[in-house]
Design a protein around this ligand. Sequence first.
Ligand SMILES: [Zn+2]
Length: 228
Amino acid sequence: MKRLSALVLLIILVSLPFLSLAAQFEPSHAIAYLEAKFTCGCERGGSGAMIGKYGMVTAAHNLYCQYHSQPLKYCNFYFGAKSVNSCWYRHTGKFTYRAYTRFTNGYNSADDIGYIVFDTPVGNKTGWFGWRTGSDSYLNEEYTHVQTYDYSRHLQEVFSIQYVRDSKQIYWKGWTSGAEGGPVYFWYEGMEYPEVVGVYTSHDSYGNGYGRRLTTNVVDDMRAAGAF
Ligand SMILES: [Zn+2]
């Protein structure tokens, strides 16, 4: 009996660091409000989510002006924002980025995704989401979380059934608007970490929200750029 108690205690002690690591991940800390200004002079508020120690996914229209196709002049990141004056971690350091469209032929949501790779391991301060490049059958008719900041920098959430629109896009029913680029993710019972499957790109006047899927080529490019 004593030996069994000792074994149980040992198992608890050995698993404690893992339990506490999982418990410490706070999704809102890994989602940033983006304060972007482009070289054309336009400004934009956006959202983005860390999916690696160095890497964030966001909408392409937070990285290039969707009206003038011009790149960022600067971007400040407010992780875990609570208001315009309060956040968990503010980052203003160097980064590289890439978008899959620069809107030279106007706005299109199908390629409205991009990524940021920070020069420093920002994820050590914020934590980061898991990710998954889901197949059509995996992504269709599944409950999904969508989180994005509004322009007062309060995090808004939609929990809804999502559907596959095509090979690059998903959509869901439910109010979604504000600073686009936030994560679309699955987090079911039994999953240790939430998994990002796309980014929120746009919405229509019927109350549907649209997202760009996190496809294999995006993840491969992010890996090559050092996002993980
Ligand atoms: Zn512009």
